[in-house]
Structure formats: structure tokens, C-alpha cells
Ligand binder design. Structure first.
Ligand SMILES: Nc1nc2c(ncn2[C@@H]2O[C@H](COP(=O)(O)OP(=O)(O)OP(=O)(O)O)[C@@H](O)[C@H]2O)c(=O)[nH]1
Length: 375
């Protein structure tokens, strides 16, 4: 089954959400890799790592620096690159996990190597708790990555602490904190999801109002406001291709209302809108209801071609009856038409006036006819 406009809207909403996750993840965590560089330098300094194992001390700083820079070198993809967002989340998730993995390795070494004293252990454990807390509360945009990062940070540290009776009290305290984090992480992920839901609802509402403000409620065609915008756009962008404007007005519509009632009149306007859409809305044409029983059409062709289209439409309409709420009603239209000539009409208003004059001429000449405007 081909995708429907509703599918496209749903796709747009899903993509908007994914892009928000990407941008939030990047904004929240892009420079956080440098915290590990800072943490390592402090721990290595306080724990005498630079004196006891200088090569490892420096290597640690370099490795954390490389991991931090790697993160910075993964900026989000451009908004147009939709599939790139999924790839980015995978790649960035891996980059986010790198620093906790390296930290856990360094931390385990500090805990298990007897050369390092209580200061190194204490500072590194506090740093680990800090990093895991940041992950649980800030990386909620990517809950799976956050869970992996927190686990990678905590699990080796807890194992190393529990293995050594001297650190039993610390092991108990860190285990309790790990349990707390285990509960906090899904909670903050849920809060973030709720924020995304709220954003999506606001977006959807704004889009709906925006659509409504451009649409005529009776016929679902573009309304006069939208038509004005598109006419101005067309005059600004009309290159060699050119375009033409048609204004159609139903003949003696008051009689239809008087004879059949307002509801049937409405049904006639809807049926006519349907005919206009079928005749002109393809191939870059725009059909709008300008108000009452008046319709406007923008066609991407010159005046002569537009006049021929208008004449064909008028003749076909006059030859059949419109099905209006089950009643077959004879409807004819008068049409003014003109191709845009920039030197002559200058702008959309100039063209509109020329076509309106042509429509008036068509009405005055007896209705059910097409008249071309000057230009
Ligand atoms: N049913 C219905 N009637 C409408 C609507 N908007 C305007 N009308 C009616 O359209 C009629 C327009 O009447 P006129 O402007 O006198 O024009 P006409 O009777 O079509 O005659 P000509 O344009 O001179 O051929 C009025 O009776 C309006 O009440 C609408 O949304 N629904």
C-alpha cells in the first residue's frame, strides 16, 4: 500500500523526536569527556600515580583526552540526513561508553594495586560516584547507553571493593548508592520521555492550527490568505516558465441557494471544489476558495494555455450537472484568466486586478464564459 499523508506526518513526528534526542544528547554530553581528563589528573596527582607509575599516569591522561576529543568530533548529522541520525546515535553511544570503560579500568587498577593508598582509593571512588550520577541524570536521552555506562563504571569498582575486606564499609555504601542509581536512571529517562511527548503534542497542535489557518473549512481547499501568499511567491519566482491566474465565479449562485436551500448550496460549492481540484490541482497547480462562490487557480503555464484549460473546464461543467447532496444541479461559471507579464502587471496585485476585470467582463457579457485579461 502506498504511504498516505498521515503516514508521512507520523514519519515526520518520529523523525522530529529522534532529532531532538540527538541534539539533546550532543548538547548535554559533548564536553563531558573532559571531566574524565580532569578527574584522572586529580586522582593521579593525589594518589601519586605520576611518581609510582609515571608512564601509566601520562598514558591515562592522554587516553582520556583522546576519548574526550573523539566525542567532540562526532557532531550531529544535518537535519536533512534522516538515516544518519540512527547511525549517529549508535556511534555516539559507543563514544560515550568509552570514557566510563577506561575509567573503570583505571579505577580497578588503583583499587587492586597495593602501591596506591587510601587517598587514591577515596578520590577515585568519589569521582566514579560523580560520573555515574551524571550519567544517570544527564544521559537520559539515551537510556540504554546511560545504563551501560553506569554499570561499566560501578560493577568493576564494587567487585574490587567487595574483594578487599579493608574496604567493606565503602563497598556497602557504594552498593547502596548503586541501588539508588538503578532506580533513579529509569525515573529520569521517563521524565525525559514525558518532555518529548509534551513537545510532540505542542508541535502537533501548532501544525494543526497552522494548517487550519491556511485552509477553507467548507471545501478543504487553500483559503484566500494562503492564495495571496502563493500568488506573491509565484510572481517573485516566475522565471522563464511563467504562470497564469484564473478567477472563477459561480453564476447566479443566489438562485441555487434560494431554490434548493443553503445546505445544497454548500454541497454545490464542495462538489465544484472537487471538480476544480481534479482539473487543476495536479502538475503544480493551486486551487483556492477566495470566498463565497469565488475560486482562484494558479497554473504553471502561459495565458493562452490557461485560457484553453479554463474553457475546457467551463464547457465540461456546463455540459453536466453537479451532484449536490443527491440533487443534480446545473451550475455554470464565469472565468477571468491571464498569464503573468512582469513588465505589465508588476506584481500579484496587478495581475489579480487584470483577471478580476476579465471576470467582470465575462459576467457582463452574459456569464458561462471565459474572458482573458490584458497582459
Ligand atoms: N450556500 C452558501 N452560499 C453562500 C456561501 N457564501 C456566499 N454564499 C451566497 O452566494 C450568493 C452570492 O450572490 P451574488 O454575489 O449576488 O452573486 P450570484 O447570485 O452568484 O450572481 P452572479 O455572481 O452575479 O452571477 C449569496 O446569496 C450568498 O449568500 C456559502 O458558503 N454557502
Amino acid at each position: 500500500m502506498p504511504p498516505t499523508p498521515a503516514d508521512a506526518l507520523q514519519d515526520d513526528a518520529a523523525f522530529r523526536r529522534r532529532r531532538q534526542v540527538v541534539l539533546d544528547s550532543w548538547q548535554r554530553s559533548r564536553i563531558a569527556g573532559f571531566l574524565y581528563v580532569f578527574g584522572w589528573v586529580v586522582v593521579a596527582w593525589i594518589g601519586d600515580v605520576f611518581a609510582l607509575a609515571p608512564a601509566w599516569g601520562v598514558a591515562g591522561a592522554v587516553v582520556f583526552l583522546v576519548a574526550a576529543i573523539l566525542r567532540l568530533r562526532l557532531p550531529p548529522p544535518a537535519a536533512e540526513d534522516r538515516p544518519g541520525h540512527d547511525r549517529w546515535l549508535l556511534r555516539y553511544g559507543a563514544a560515550l561508553t568509552l570514557a566510563p570503560l577506561l575509567w573503570a579500568t583505571a579505577q580497578t587498577w588503583l583499587l587492586l594495586d597495593p602501591r596506591f593508598g587510601a587517598d587514591a582509593v577515596m578520590v577515585s571512588v568519589i569521582a566514579t560516584i560523580g560520573y555515574a550520577t551524571v550519567i544517570a541524570n544527564v544521559y537520559t536521552t539515551m537510556p540504554r547507553t546511560a545504563a551501560i555506562g553506569a554499570f561499566v563504571l560501578f560493577a568493576p569498582m564494587l567487585a574490587a571493593l567487595w574483594l578487599q575486606p579493608a574496604y567493606r564499609a565503602l563497598a556497602v555504601a557504594c552498593t547502596l548508592y548503586a541501588v539508588y542509581l538503578g532506580g533513579a536512571l529509569p525515573r529520569s529517562a521517563r521524565e525525559y520521555r514525558r518532555r518529548l511527548d509534551l513537545d510532540a503534542a505542542l508541535h502537533e497542535q501548532r501544525d494543526r492550527y497552522e494548517r487550519l489557518s491556511r485552509t477553507d473549512p467548507l471545501t478543504a481547499l487553500a483559503n484566500r490568505r494562503e492564495f495571496g501568499v502563493r500568488l506573491a511567491e509565484a510572481t517573485r519566482m516566475s522565471g522563464d516558465a511563467g504562470f497564469a491566474l484564473l478567477i472563477l465565479d459561480v453564476d447566479h449562485f443566489k438562485r441555487i441557494n434560494d431554490e434548493h436551500g443553503h445546505a445544497v448550496g454548500d454541497a454545490c460549492l464542495r462538489a465544484l471544489a472537487q471538480r476544480l481540484r481534479a482539473a487543476f490541482a495536479g502538475d503544480g497547480g493551486l486551487v483556492a476558495r477566495l470566498g463565497g462562490e469565488e475560486f482562484g487557480v494558479l497554473l504553471p503555464c502561459d495565458g493562452a494555455q490557461a485560457k484553453a484549460h479554463a474553457e475546457a473546464f467551463r464547457a465540461a461543467l456546463a455540459a453536466t450537472r453537479l451532484d449536490c447532496e443527491g440533487r443534480a444541479v446545473a451550475v455554470t461559471v464565469s472565468i477571468g484568466v491571464c498569464g503573468f507579464v512582469p513588465e505589465h502587471h508588476r506584481d500579484g496585485d496587478g495581475l489579480y486586478r487584470a483577471v478580476d476585470r476579465a471576470l467582470y467582463a465575462a459576467k457582463s457579457a452574459g456569464r458561462d464564459r471565459v474572458a482573458a485579461g490584458d497582459g
